[in-house]
Design a binder for this molecule. Structure first.
Ligand SMILES: Cc1cc2nc3c(=O)[nH]c(=O)nc-3n(C[C@H](O)[C@H](O)[C@H](O)COP(=O)(O)OP(=O)(O)OC[C@H]3O[C@@H](n4cnc5c(N)ncnc54)[C@H](O)[C@@H]3O)c2cc1C
Length: 428
């Protein structure tokens, strides 16, 4: 007899036998931010949910650990005091702005805009993914309709006329519909939406935790250093909990492959020789090993639904192509999918046509934003342009304020992608 931790057992004990079959209404593969947000938004709705996660908790996730206002806004809308409990219970560092470092090493501090009205995005946080993901994961255990299977890797997914099947080493899970929230290398995507995945739509990031990094901002601003050798990628320095700093960089994957860049060596080289970084890391010590992983960028369009399946978060290529932010978007896809699936369950219709509504809502939410951000990504490839913007912003209050509002306003973001803006900037 195989032992699986089923946290719902306090409500509904399940006997698990080798090669047992389990039947649910909704199968969710992956208990990261996307999968947990979907499950929590469907909690208490009478829909039996089986959430299948390959790693034991606390699972390990390579990340910069920055939580933007997007994450907090989605959390506020999850039922069951999730936001309030996050504020009270989870160890984290609040951050009140961003320090941009231009390729010429000029810096500018941009505070997050805080409006007095209730809808204003709160400042961001830096929170280790172990802590953040465990917090969301543990929330699942409060609900009778959510059954969590840990340490179960889905290897195969099959689609039938009236159900879907996810197969792990020892079990078969059946559902009316399946949500692939299983990250960048999604098995659900590979089986149900196979296709070419071009390298130009992936970024790779490497990060390490460091002690004793000098020169951190007194209000924990996160730092993005657009170093010439990384453009359009950047080096980040994020003040974290336990006196550590999460630092690393991201680069386009096709460049890393073409130039055969060894990311660990490059990290070492940058912190020891780059004139901006070397003085900051002179007395720094690495805690543990640096680790790298891929980010699937929103520049890649794929259909995110089909007969009896939907894709969420990284599995659905929802990472911001300019900033590399993916947690907020993954959670937003969890929230959107919950509202769509509720309708599907009430109509008992999980056909490709019915689930197209999910694609439409995802496109409505992200298409324009990703377009704008991919223009920003291209512009960030120009060191000269970047230097000019930061130089002007250092001298001109209007430009600084514009940059400050770019994180909350899509209109401002659009403005920043217009050639007209840069022409006018020349004469400011
Ligand atoms: C180096 C780096 C730095 C980053 N920095 C930031 C940042 O600072 N801020 C930010 O917002 N985003 C950042 N991101 C992006 C962010 O980490 C992801 O976008 C986010 O984790 C996506 O959430 P998700 O739930 O879609 O996927 P994931 O967090 O990857 O969760 C997927 C889950 O599915 C499970 N799983 C996978 N395969 C299977 C399987 N076959 N069977 C069962 N379970 C499975 C995994 O174990 C995992 O728990 C960074 C990414 C990288 C690589």
């Amino acid at each position: 007899m195989q032992k699986i931790r089923d946290y719902s057992s306090k409500f509904a004990p399940i006997e698990l036998h080798t090669m047992a079959n389990f039947e649910f209404d909704l199968l969710i593969v992956g208990a990261g931010p996307a999968g947990c947000t979907l499950a929590l938004n469907m909690a208490g709705k009478g829909i039996r949910i089986g959430i299948i996660e390959k790693d034991p908790s606390p699972r390990h996730k390579i990340c910069g650990d920055a939580l933007s206002g997007k994450v907090l806004n989605v959390m506020k809308r999850i039922p069951g005091n999730v936001y309030e409990d996050f504020l009270q219970q989870v160890e984290k560092i609040p951050s009140r702005g961003i320090r941009f470092v231009a390729p010429n090493h000029n810096e500018i501090d941009v505070p997050f805009l805080l409006h007095p009205d209730a809808d204003s995005p709160p400042p961001g946080y830096v929170c280790k993914r172990n802590d953040f993901d465990r917090f969301l994961f543990e929330k699942l255990m409060n609900y009778q309709n959510i059954h969590v299977f840990e340490g179960e890797r889905v290897d195969r997914v099959f689609h039938h006329a009236d159900h879907v099947v996810a197969v792990t080493q020892n079990h078969e899970f059946r559902g009316k519909v399946i949500a692939g929230a299983d990250g960048v290398n999604s098995t659900v995507r590979k089986f149900l939406q196979p296709g070419r995945e071009p390298k130009e739509h992936f970024c790779v990031g490497i990060r390490g935790y460091f002690e004793n990094v000098a020169g951190l901002h007194p209000e924990n601003y996160i730092e993005l250093a657009f170093l010439k050798s990384l453009l359009p990628g950047y080096f980040w320095i994020f003040p974290s909990t336990g006196g550590l700093v999460n630092a690393g960089f991201g680069m386009m994957q096709n460049r890393v492959s073409k130039e055969r860049i060894n990311l660990t060596q490059k990290l070492d080289e940058l912190i020891n020789t780059d004139p901006f970084l070397a003085p900051r890391f002179k007395h720094a010590r690495l805690a543990g090993k640096p680790e790298a992983h891929r980010l699937p960028l929103g520049t890649h369009y794929l259909k995110r639904s089909g007969d009896r399946f939907i894709l969420l978060g990284d599995a659905a290529f929802l990472v911001d192509p300019f900033s590399g932010e993916g947690i907020g978007n993954a959670m937003a896809s969890g929230e959107i999918s919950a509202s769509i699936l509720e309708q599907n369950f009430s109509n008992n219709d999980f056909s490709a046509e019915a689930l197209l509504t999910y694609d439409a809502r995802i496109n409505k939410r992200f298409k324009q934003e990703f377009k704008t951000m991919s223009v920003m990504q291209r512009l960030a490839g120009s060191a000269k342009l970047f230097n000019m913007v930061v130089n002007k912003a250092r001298k001109n209050n209007d430009v600084r304020e514009l940059l400050s509002s770019m994180f909350t306003s899509q209109d401002v973001m659009k403005k920043l992608t217009s050639p007209d803006f840069y022409l006018k900037l020349l004469f400011k």
